[in-house]
Structures are given as C-alpha cells and as structure tokens.
Write a protein that binds this ligand. Structure first.
Ligand SMILES: Cc1ncc(COP(=O)(O)O)c(C=O)c1O
Length: 352
C-alpha cells in the first residue's frame, strides 16, 4: 500500500542542504562577497509594488544579454542559480532521463536532479580533481546521458575545466541529442569562460549568479544563457511572476556599475592569491583556485578539529572532511583583508 504521508519515492536520496549557519565575527563559509553591493538605496521607493512585476523581466534580461552580446531571448532569469538549475531540470530532466555529473562538485546539481526524478550518473574526478577529457568523452559515448553538468570553475575544488573539454562534448552531442550545462557561478574570478561557445546551433547552456562577484547573495538572482529554443522551453515551465519587481530593479541598477564590480572581483582575486601564499607556510595541502575560495587539507591535524578550533575563535569556514572524495578537506571563502588576516593568524595558531 502507498503511504501518502511520506514524500514521493526518490526524494529520500535528496536530503537537506547541509551548511551550518553559525554566528561568527568572521564568516568565510558560503562563498559570498565580503563587500557591500553597489546599488542605490532609492531603487525600491520607485516601484509600484501593488502591481505584479514584468513577467518577462524584459529590462533585466536585456541588461544581462548586453553584457555578453547575446539577445534577451537567450537569457532566463530566476531566484538564484539554484532555481535556474531546478527549472532547467524540471524542463529537460525527469523520469527516464539521466544527468552525468563529476564528483566532487557542487552538491545541489545531484540533489536537484534527485528532486526532479532525474537519474544521476555520478562519475569521479581524477586525484587532483581535474577532468580527463578522454575519460569524460568515453563515458558520454557509453551512457548517452540526456544532460551533462560541468562546473567551471568547480565548487569546492576551485579549478576551471580545460578549453577542449566542452568543445569535445559538444562534438559528441552532434551524434545524439543531449544538452551540456555549465555552471559558471564563479566565472568572474576565473581566467576564462565558455560563454563565447553559446550559439543557436549548439545544445549548450551556461548558468551564472549575482550571489558571488556581484555581492548580491541576499537578493537571490541567477540566470541561464543559451539558445533561444531552449530558453523558451524553460520559460514555459517557470511559475508566472516568479521574479519579483525588487529583484529585477535592484539587479538592473547594479549592472550600471559593471566596472566597479570588476574592480571588486580583482581585489578578491588579489586577496585569494595572498591567502594561497600564506597557506604555503602552514601544514596544509592547498589546491589552486580560480574562484573566491580555497580548498585545503591540514596535514598534521584532524580537519574537523581545525574547523571547531576556528569556530571557537569566531572564524567560520566550511568543513567538507566527511564528504566522499574530499576527506580531510576544508574550504575558506576569501573575505576582506582584515577578515583574511584574522583567518590566517587563527589557522597559524591552531596548526602550530
Ligand atoms: C557552483 C555553484 N552553483 C550555484 C550556486 C547557487 O548560487 P545561487 O543560488 O546563490 O545563485 C552556488 C552557490 O554556492 C555554487 O557554488
């Protein structure tokens, strides 16, 4: 007999998103920007909040599209890139369809896949967390997944994918009909992007977010770039008026300061490289990063003990040490210069 007091089958594997929100003076755990966003306070006062927002989010999508020389009908916007991923998987995933992912990677890719009833083909990255192009292509040829998810640069390991990887995958997708999804949440901190590969002819979509370099994690805005035929199908699945007027307006306003956001991203990159240098003098193994965070593994102490001692010093970072493939690893988000100094000094004391 069905037990209708239980959630539907398949949801138990999804689990809850686990990342403790603990009060701390220095919060370097969620890959947010430590810098306030560059938005005028008057934006909200000018809105007619008694009215529904523009359902098509036309002005916002045009402003996003113009950053990439694309058109508004090649942009889908939603409440954070998590909602982008969810709407994409509701549209193109589901029963009898599979998504190929490469672990360790951003955990919500497989969680949202499970929630939408999409089966997950979970393959492992190399020891250094890179992806071997030949191995990836062999697996795609063998499994022919409906969807392939890359995350470049990858969270939580930090490196970008090689230039040839998406090109080789797209070549394979000429032999059967699947879609390549690339999550570029940290693209503003990276040396390269795959956005130039987007065209009406290729089954490629790329997600981005205002939560990282734009300093607007609290706003909840992410977007997907891709061919208009694909964006149109995703639009059809999203709820009417899903993107509020405040979100649309604040983001349009923020995009007037593109140059300042790029300067802030440069500051974060400089700080990231300074933390990486400091980690070289400590008993840790650290991985190269093209993001606003660094993955590292203490070599002379238990990682969770290090995490707990940092919390006791009011420094919060992220403990990944019990996740398969990330045993013993911690991840620190780049903060302000002062926050980073507090983190480095605290870690020095703990590992001494
Ligand atoms: C790789 C990656 N994608 C997507 C997201 C979701 O971001 P948001 O929903 O805030 O846009 C995150 C958040 O940490 C992430 O690391």
């Amino acid at each position: 007999m069905n037990d209708f007091l239980k959630p539907r089958d398949g949801l138990s594997s999804a689990g809850r998103y686990l990342s403790p929100q603990i009060d701390a003076n220095v919060r370097l755990n969620a890959n947010e920007s430590p810098l306030p966003p560059l938005v005028g306070a008057s934006v909200i006062e000018q809105l007619e909040l008694n009215r529904y927002p523009d359902r098509e989010a036309r002005t916002l999508r045009e402003a996003i599209a113009s950053q990439y020389e694309l058109s508004a009908n090649q942009v889908f916007a939603a409440n954070g890139s998590n909602e982008v991923i969810q709407t994409f998987l509701l549209t193109y995933g589901g029963p009898n369809r599979s998504v190929m992912i490469f672990s360790p990677t951003y955990v919500m890719h497989s969680k949202i896949a499970a929630i939408t009833g999409t089966s997950v083909i979970d393959l492992k990255r190399e020891k250094d967390f890179s992806l071997d192009t030949d191995f990836v292509c062999e697996q795609i040829e063998k499994e022919k997944p409906a969807l392939i998810f890359l995350c470049s640069p990858n969270n939580p390991t930090g490196a970008s994918d090689s230039e040839e990887l998406p090109e080789r995958i797209l070549k394979l997708l000429e032999t059967y009909s699947g879609i390549l999804f690339i999550d570029e949440a940290y693209g503003e901190f990276a040396n390269s992007s795959f956005v130039s590969l987007i065209s009406e002819k290729r089954p490629l979509v790329i997600s981005k977010t205002f939560s990282k370099a734009w300093g607007l994690a609290g706003l909840r805005l992410g977007y997907l770039l891709g061919p208009s035929w694909c964006i149109k199908e995703i639009e059809n699945i999203s709820l009417p008026y899903h993107l509020g007027a405040i979100t649309q307006s604040v983001a349009v306003n923020a995009m007037k300061n593109l140059a300042s956001v790029e300067n802030q991203a440069d500051d974060i990159i400089r700080e990231r490289d300074r933390i990486s240098e400091a980690l070289k003098n400590l008993a840790v193994e650290a991985w190269p990063s093209e993001t606003n965070f660094i993955l590292f593994r203490p070599t002379n102490m238990n990682a969770t003990e290090v995490w707990e001692e940092l919390v006791s010093k009011s420094v919060l970072i992220r403990d990944f040490s019990k996740i398969e493939g990330l045993e013993g690893c911690l991840r620190v988000t780049v903060g302000t210069e002062t926050e980073n100094n507090v983190f480095i000094e605290a870690l020095e004391e703990i590992l001494r």
